[in-house]
Design a protein. Sequence first.
Length: 613
Amino acid sequence: MKIINVFKVFAIVILFLSCENNKKSETTNFKDWAKTPPMGWNSWDCFGPSVEEDEVKANADYMAKHLKDFGWEYIVVDIRWYADNQTTGHYNKYDETDFIIDEYGRYMPSPKRFPSSVNGAGFKPLADYIHSLGLKFGIHIMRGVPKEAVFNKLPIKGIDKTAADIYSTEFECTWLQDNYTVVKDKPGAQEYYNSIFDMYASWGLDFVKVDDLSRPYHADEIEMIRKAIDQTGIPIVLSMSPGATPIDKHEHATANSNMWRTIDDFWDNWAQLNYSFDKCAEWAPYITPGAWPDADMLPMGKFIRGERATNRYTKFTKDEQFTLMTLWTMFKSPLMFGGNLPDNDEFTNTLLTNEEVLEVHSNSVNNKQWFNENDLIGWTADDPDSGDKFVALFNSAGDGFVSTKNLLYRSGTVSHLTDGFGEDIDVKLPNGSTDLYLIVNDGGDGYSWDHANWINPTIHLNNGDKVNLTDLSWEDAFAGWGTVGINKSVSGGELNVKGKTYKNGLGTHSQSIISYKLPENTVRFTAFAGLDIVGTNTKAGSTVEFMISTEDPKISDEAPITIPVNLEDLGFSGTCSIRDLWHKKDLGTYSGSDFSPIINYHGAGLYRISELK
């Protein structure tokens, strides 16, 4: 009898160990947790850092009723949910913030904003509610350890160390000073990250967006976060922010995360959407199932009190929204809707619930840019099951202010999130260049307070000589506000970027073009392009984009345009049937170069091409 019991116990132990091993194998391959690009709603665009529990629930209710059946599943509470007095669209200053933190130095939800979190419940009651709707729950966190935990030497759960033993003041976030860096090799560092993810796992977390992580790229903390998630045994999708993630880190990002940003914060501004074409094309070769380059959120619908949008609907036109959804679909970017879902109109919902388009987003392969010429852009992808091809066509027609087809340089959005509040520029100019155009466009939130400086703008001749651009007379110069200044800001003060003053440069304001005739044999242009302190010292902030061209950047024609498609170039030698996926309409049969759809200004078309057997 005892022998039989021993065998029973042995069998039970083996079964238990087998189950544990199976559990571990199921959860440690984190790419299985996001086999298709994640789709959901994030509170940032709509509510900034001040979202409240009833608003989160309202969006979850709407998603469950109207969008869940189409694959939308994540509800994500974005930044600073641990600030008890966060009531505006902008961050409260550090010394004016009431932080909610537990005895182990871990942020807890504000009970004022999230009433169900009282008595140490954390986000578990809210997660349980979202799970009851058949959806998944996510949160945003900042990289690092809270300063409050460091200053108060709060203990780290599970080890005889405190937060004061694991931190460094190096690499502190430049735009939100809540946390310090966690130093990988210090005893207690990994245990701290383990402790916060153990808590998140106990809440029922399905998704975490970690900010100030991928630009600058913090490989050590990325690896600690990866280990902390894995040791919970719970599938938690990892999203890294902000962008642009350095493209030479693509292997490390793929090995450690499910998604990572390709650009800085993206808003409803055509210039930023136009800029995204190049970034998506650059990242397309690194699209991998379970590890997705992330073109950022969908700033669509209505915004209530976001950082850059209050009580208004998206500024994107309908054609631009078609372009946004089509590019994100063909790029297979995660889709995180930014507006208040209960305020969605019928048009917005048609973009989010088109099954044929969403099938391209989830199932297509070999996604890549096909061509980009004269403001006309094409993308292709394959249907792995049928052999059909998907083709997307775009009429980008400039960035809304200037044409972008001949630009030599684009900074992308420069804002208070940009390290140093500016970008170093070193551009080789084409042989024989006779003109130089310095362009500053709005970065996405309107033109107010977009004070910008071209610091030490210098042209380099092929004999090694240098010429200060400020010593030459411009051909033309205008700004969206004020008068362009020589060796002074557009407001008449010193040229000042993030507290550092400069004697030489041009002060301007978006939207601006300054043009010069170049001396013969000019070969390079260098400068530091940065935000003037007058704009960055205001709550409104500054967001601009710097561009350089040697050709007149006049805007393109705003008329619709015909874009010919040669089916033979796509590998189709016979007759093909073509279906318009956005309008769910069969267009007929075509061969050779017969197919030439008309695409609206800033618009897009998405088509399925099937060869007839």
